[in-house]
Design a protein. Structure first.
Length: 166
């Protein structure tokens, strides 16, 4: 509990809103998706998940370890595929650099894929895993939203990290 509280204070000191973002891709994502008035769920991470799928019009989605969220996505979006080899959007509770490298080398993740990780500030280990992931050369855009973190594979963009309040 103490770690999460201290982590939140550090997050508040570093974080910004849309006005501190200089990347057109991230500015568009923040203003038109994350800050949209549409509220699809009371839980912040699930709300980000649903808004992101809608904003990017993802078709091939993988939800790890949560039947409840997978059912919610199926009910909200009728044209979503869950059993595809290539994944446009991946939601997970646990992700580390070696798992990411495996998914990327197998071709499951591609240019344009997004990974949403829940609870990146939950404890010291998850925080370290998050920092290792954003250091990966294949991740070009990372967004820390405290409750969750978003990773984007975008070869056409310079590597940048953002800390955004939602």
């Amino acid at each position: 509990m103490y770690y999460k509280l201290m982590s939140y204070f550090k997050f508040l000191l570093k974080s910004t809103n849309a006005h501190g973002v200089h990347s057109p891709f991230v500015f568009n994502f923040v203003t038109k998706c994350l800050y949209s008035k549409q509220n699809l769920n009371d839980k912040k991470t699930v709300n980000v998940l649903l808004k992101s799928i809608s904003h990017f019009n993802f078709k091939n989605v993988e939800i790890e370890s949560s039947q409840e969220i997978e059912s919610l996505v199926k009910d909200t979006f009728q044209n979503i595929n869950f059993d595809e080899i290539q994944v446009d959007f991946l939601f997970t509770e646990q992700m580390n650099a070696s798992k990411f490298a495996t998914l990327f080398s197998e071709g499951r993740l591609h240019n344009g894929s997004m990974i949403l990780i829940n609870g990146i500030h939950q404890d010291r280990q998850k925080q370290q895993e998050w920092e290792n992931l954003i250091a990966s050369p294949n991740i070009t855009v990372s967004i820390d939203m405290f409750h969750c973190g978003a990773l984007f594979i975008r070869k056409e963009q310079v590597k940048e990290h953002f800390t955004i309040r939602i």
